[in-house]
Design a protein around this ligand. Sequence first.
Ligand code: GDP
Ligand code: MG
Length: 175
Amino acid sequence: MKIPTVALVGRPNVGKSTIFNKLVGKKISIIEDTPGVTRDRIYADVNYNSYKFHLIDTGGIDVSKELFNDEIKIQAEIAIDEADIIVFIVDGNEELNQNDFVIRDYLKKSGKDVIVAVNKIDNKRREDNIYNFYELGFSKVIGISGEHNIGIGELLDLICSNFKEYEINYHPFFR
Ligand code: GDP
Ligand code: MG
């Protein structure tokens, strides 16, 4: 039986690592791999209610030898190959930019299940910003703030509602 995999994708600086930490529930994103070198932790298992899933922060995967555009492409490909559900993180405090649309195009083409998480919605004043991101063309759009721990439970609910069909197999007695 397959435990579902969820991947976080998005251009640099939108808050992927911050959200990864919040979803995992511990400050584990930064680990020491080689002495003197810190790298983002990219894989973790998340337990939420009766659910369990693998979480990948594709932004933590080091493809820095590549050109910036290729880097985004590789990260999107990893997400598309490995994930059952993709959380596409965008910056709710900025306009959509060309890199967001590059990622959008890959994800659309893949036909995978995508949740758009509009991050940095830190207060009520920013809530209206969320609507701009429907332009990406995905129906599931949620406003969150990784830093202020807003909307993380709702994001987890949305993620898990997408894999009930797998989960039924793991916990037949819970249903
Ligand atoms: P990544 O490059 O996508 O992994 O982004 P990081 O998680 O490293 O975050 C990039 C920057 O955005 C950091 O300075 C974070 O502190 C900041 N950040 C992350 N989440 C939020 C948020 O919800 N609100 C605000 N205002 N800043 C955030
Ligand atoms: Mg990161």
